[in-house]
Design a protein around this ligand. Structure first.
Ligand code: HPA
Ligand code: ZN
Length: 334
């Protein structure tokens, strides 16, 4: 089964590019850019990755991002992630980036997006990996800051397919960004939002209604609201679930307690994703393996998770059809 999972064609829909910063690259960029970090080695950085909850992770994650300064840094970060995609047979990826994490430190929006998109272009050309980019607003910051960021994004509309919402969920509900998302929708962006990770099921309802999202990022706390679960099944709303992240941030105690298999078997459009793989101990294949081992998914169910991700992606109907047949063909002939 290890080889089946490794070679299964995969689509990633929930990946923060800043969360792919491996300790080795962090260490290298800190030196290259003369940024001081409170660690003497990549091993020491890795040892610091013990989290109690979302906030304790975010504090370390925003600190780590401070080594990213030049366009080349964003390029290197993205290229390293794409090489991991190649290893895991990820054929399409939709990547979040957090411009405010960088513009608030005086890095130009242009520097960030140019570095990321030039690596994505090369990934498409040399590795055959297609991609889309999703701009996330930091929900712990003000509505006005998100509106400013949206303005900065307008000249790059052709490079950004959607806007999303990440960072601290508790105390920052979807309604805080209803007007920002309304403007983004008017400008032609699709929308997604993190909801029901640490926050209540109500945030999932509000993201659907107030932010008109096409997908819910995480969404695992939907189980606390049976009527909402029924609605998610009916409407086939995709949930971009991140299993290893959920264990590291203690959303579930162990993988055996995770609800992804139950949600899949009930017919929800759940998908598997890696979130912040450099911090949570695994990329796409690792996430599939961990879920399979703890919850005994069949080959058919593993392929279904991949097909769900294709159907939930922001690519053309023709590209979807091609990828779906590729996955079933792989499953049938394995
Ligand atoms: N949740 C919220 N914000 C984030 C996450 C997450 O899992 N990863 C990076 N920013
Ligand atoms: Zn996330």
């Amino acid at each position: 089964m290890d080889r089946f999972i490794e070679q299964l064609p995969k689509v990633e829909l929930h990946l923060h590019i800043e969360g792919t910063l491996e300790p080795e690259l962090m260490f290298k960029l800190a030196k290259r850019n003369n940024v001081s970090i409170p660690f003497d080695s990549p091993e020491q950085i890795r040892q610091a990755y013990q989290f109690e909850n979302l906030q304790s992770f975010l504090d370390i994650y925003y600190q780590g991002a401070e080594v990213l300064i030049e366009e080349q840094d964003f390029y290197d970060l993205t290229w390293e992630y794409l090489l991991r995609c190649q290893q895991d047979n990820v054929i399409h990826t939709e990547i979040f980036f957090d411009p405010q994490t960088h513009t608030d430190r005086g890095i130009a929006f242009e520097t960030v997006i140019n570095g990321i998109t030039s690596a994505l272009k090369q990934g498409e050309k040399e590795l055959g990996i297609s991609s889309q980019l999703i701009l996330c607003f930091l929900r712990h910051l003000e509505e006005s800051a998100a509106l400013e960021t949206l303005e900065q994004a307008l000249p790059y509309k052709d490079k950004i397919i959607a806007v999303g919402l990440d960072s601290s969920e508790q105390g920052h509900p979807p309604e805080k960004f209803a007007r920002v998302f309304e403007k983004a929708l008017d400008e032609g962006f699709l929308t997604v939002a993190h909801a029901g990770e640490e926050g209540p099921a109500q945030n999932i309802r509000d993201a659907l209604e107030l932010l008109q999202v096409s997908r819910i990022d995480h969404g695992v706390r939907c189980s606390e609201d049976p009527l909402l679960v029924e609605r998610l099944i009916q409407e086939q709303t995709p949930l971009t679930v991140c299993p290893l992240s959920n264990i590291k941030l203690r959303v579930f105690d162990t993988m055996a307690d995770h609800n992804i298999a139950e949600l899949l078997r009930r017919g929800l459009a759940v998908t598997i994703n890696s979130d912040d793989p450099a911090y949570f101990g695994g990329y796409m294949t690792d996430n599939f393996q961990a879920v399979h081992q703890a919850l005994s998914l069949t080959k058919q169910e593993l392929a279904q998770l991949s097909v769900n991700a294709v159907n939930a992606s922001f690519i053309s109907p023709q590209a979807k059809e091609d990828m779906v047949s590729k996955i079933w063909h792989y499953q049938d002939n394995y």
